[in-house]
Ligand binder design. Structure first.
Ligand SMILES: [Zn+2]
Length: 122
């Protein structure tokens, strides 16, 4: 199941990026293009499965923002959203395969729990 390795890669990337902070990770925010071959439900299932193997991350939740497919029209210069797999410009109606959004799978942000500072006033 390729989603499992995707989830593991995401955690690996974050471990490399935020060494020493991963014990406080609480949320991972992904941007998932509709053409990225990632099914959100399978991604969520894979995430849950990885958390069972990695109990240190059990307080972490996964959030996915689904990005629609956008094409750019070379004729009129407008961008439009692809609906019902119709790759035509919403402005002038000409066909375009110039995809500018929809193939990405990226981490948009990461949420960490606030570090609690204990100050002894006594
Ligand atoms: Zn156009």
């Amino acid at each position: 199941m390729h989603e499992i390795s995707l989830v593991r890669n995401i955690f690996q990337t974050l471990e490399d990026e935020f060494p020493g902070k991963m014990d406080r990770i609480r949320g991972i925010y992904l941007r998932v293009g509709l053409l990225s071959n990632v099914q959100p439900i399978l991604m969520q299932n894979a995430f849950n499965a990885v958390l069972e193997d990695e109990p240190q991350y059990r307080n972490t939740s996964l959030h996915m923002e689904i990005l629609p497919v956008l094409i750019h029209c070379d004729e009129c210069g407008k961008n439009s959203e692809v609906k019902f797999s119709k790759y035509v410009c919403g402005n002038c109606g000409r066909p375009s395969r110039n995809i500018i959004q929809g193939e990405e799978l990226m981490i948009s942000s990461v949420e960490f729990a606030e570090q609690t500072e204990y100050i002894n006033n006594q």
